[in-house]
Design a protein around this ligand. Structure first.
Ligand code: ATP
Ligand code: LTN
Length: 334
């Protein structure tokens, strides 16, 4: 039984790619925001394995990444008591709804999606699913009549498409869907790459040393932070423009502790970069160790399956009702 507080009246929904790597940047900028939002909104969070296969995926790896993502999300504070956390492909109504929407979406509008234009350039011999991907995303969203869809700016166009598809469907067949609003989740704190602090820390970075992964071992984390690019000034001061490396380490420390920028500048006045980096490394190690401990408890535990099983029964029923309503509106019944 979910424990929603009485103040929870609005809903949010977001899908997350099982990409295998979650960085400290994703944690600070996205997962922690979701964990905060669960206090205020009824939240649907699901692993979009059907979106993942729009580009080639190794089946064994995909399977591991799916399970790992669910365990990591819960370990990072996504509370299964407060969220509907589930696996997209286990709710077959997403694909069913998607087909009905596909038959109600104009090819021209779909052709304007910029993510498709980018991804189709990078994937030779791309598949049809890469093109229809945004309609499946619209199905994910519209199945649940949610109020807001929190996404990064790169997904804004897809949420707007979902809204347009809903508007058009409602006009053609009568009121069927709630129109969702996009909720841009760009975090104020952007965690930058440790080696190139002028770039954001990204899982697709080609230099491992610049990114901290949520499952990195403590010694790996320490080594990466000790090797972070700084400057030759020997001054611990927050100045992102002129001191991007030091400012990034300050941001990491403040994001994961109670210290303010000012506290840190005061604490490290006259101290050297080595001492400061050791301090930041211990803050990160402490935060991630707690998460990793929870993660390893969950990953092979039947508890994880129990959570997913319970949720899928609930969300399948909601999406099924929406699918049946759509069919009825479209005249698809005996
Ligand atoms: P990719 O390398 O594939 O672009 P990424 O690691 O940069 O991946 P995204 O998948 O683009 O991450 O973003 C997922 C979410 O994490 C978004 O909400 C985004 O704003 C947030 N996010 C990603 N990287 C950072 C970062 N370095 N600092 C703060 N937030 C981040
Ligand atoms: N396309 C999104 C993932 C995604 C999603 C969704 C996000 C699939 N379905 C529904 C929000 C709502 C991405 O690649 N980040």
């Amino acid at each position: 039984m979910k424990k929603f507080s009485e103040s929870v009246t609005k809903s949010i929904l977001t899908g997350v790619q099982p990409s295998g790597v979650i960085t400290l940047g994703n944690y600070v900028g996205a997962i922690r925001q979701m964990a905060k939002m669960q206090e205020e909104y009824l939240s649907y969070i699901f692993v979009v394995d059907m979106h993942a296969i729009t580009v080639p995926k190794d089946p064994k790896e995909l399977h591991q990444n799916i399970r790992s993502l669910v365990a990591l999300f819960i370990a990072c504070g996504i509370d299964p008591e407060k969220n509907f956390i589930f696996l997209q492909s286990e709710n077959e109504y997403h694909a069913n709804i998607s087909w009905l929407l596909e038959c109600n979406t104009s090819f021209g509008e779909l052709s304007r999606m910029t993510q498709f234009k980018d991804k189709s350039k990078k994937n030779v011999n791309f598949k049809a699913g890469l093109f229809t991907y945004p309609i499946l995303m619209a199905a994910d969203i519209l199945a649940y009549d949610v109020d807001y869809v929190p996404v990064g700016i790169d997904q804004k166009q897809h949420v707007e498409l979902a809204r347009n598809i809903a508007l058009h469907f409602n006009k053609t067949y009568g009121d069927t869907f709630k129109l969702p609003d996009v909720y841009i989740t760009e975090s104020q704190t952007k965690i930058m790459d440790l080696i190139s602090p002028d770039k954001k820390m990204s899982k697709s970075s080609d230099n491992e040393k610049g990114i901290i992964k949520m499952l990195d071992k403590p010694d790996v984390i320490r080594k990466k932070i000790m090797g972070a690019t700084t400057d030759s000034e020997c001054l611990i001061k927050y100045d992102p423009l002129n001191k991007p490396g030091i400012s990034n380490l300050i941001n990491i420390a403040t994001a994961l502790s109670q210290y303010s920028i000012h506290d840190i500048e005061n604490m490290f006045e006259g101290k050297n970069y080595g001492d400061f980096k050791r301090f930041v490394a211990e803050i990160v190690v402490q935060e991630l160790s707690v998460i990793q401990e929870k993660y390893y408890q969950l990953i092979d535990s039947p508890e994880l399956d129990k959570i997913l099983d319970e949720n899928i029964d609930i969300v399948r029923k909601i999406a099924k009702d929406k699918f049946l309503l759509m069919k009825k509106r479209m005249g698809m019944y005996r």
